[in-house]
Design a protein around this ligand. Structure first.
Ligand code: AR6
Length: 169
């Protein structure tokens, strides 16, 4: 049984086996969660990301996929980087956003992670409406078969927290 929990706060302050990063395909950093994770996690994370780019992910990490690195100085064992879709008004990219959660949980299972902290992927710079982002996040986790015991959504502000709380209720 997977427990879903919600907290409001900064994901880089969480203690978990795995912390999920809302990355971009380059894997080389950015703003939002990505910037915060690299700042607080230190250079070891970027060093592993660079190795991934010269190795298996020469063209970058495709949207909807997920890959793990060290968590550096974060209070976690791994960072799982996933690339959410940019929201579009003309194309339904929901399946790609659901894939981010599913693929991240797959990486977590492969690693043996029992607790995982997710941000609200795509709901910042990538413009996904919060209510719909919460719906996809919660339903995807509820429908995914995983050995992860706790899936914790870490929501930056009250608006995001309330959107997820409504979904869980
Ligand atoms: N802890 C928890 N949530 C946060 C934090 C934090 N420290 N900082 C922001 N959020 P975003 P995206 C929330 O923009 O939309 C980057 O430049 C934020 O309020 O981080 O997937 C990447 O490199 C929002 O609700 O990710 C990509 O280029 C949610 O986290 C691009 O942004 C996601 O916002 C990815 O965009």
């Amino acid at each position: 049984m997977t427990r879903i929990t919600l907290v409001q706060g900064d994901i880089t302050r969480q203690t978990a086996d795995a912390i999920v990063n809302a990355a971009n395909s380059s894997l080389l950093g950015g703003g939002g969660v990505d910037g915060a994770i690299h700042r607080r996690g230190g250079p070891a994370i970027l060093a592993e990301c660079r190795k991934l780019r010269v190795g298996h992910y020469g063209k970058g990490l495709p949207t909807g996929q997920a890959v793990a690195t060290t968590a550096g100085e974060l209070d976690a064992r791994w960072v799982i980087h996933t690339v959410g879709p940019v929201h579009s008004d003309t194309e339904d990219r929901s399946a790609l956003l659901a894939s981010c959660y599913r693929e991240s949980l797959k990486r977590a299972d492969e690693l043996g992670a029992r607790t995982i902290a997710f941000p609200a992927v795509s709901t910042g710079v990538y413009g996904w409406p919060m209510d719909d982002g919460a719906r996809i996040a919660v339903t995807t986790v509820q429908e995914t078969d995983t050995a992860v015991e706790e899936v914790r959504f870490v929501l930056f502000d009250n608006h995001a927290y309330e959107a997820f709380a409504r979904r869980l209720a």
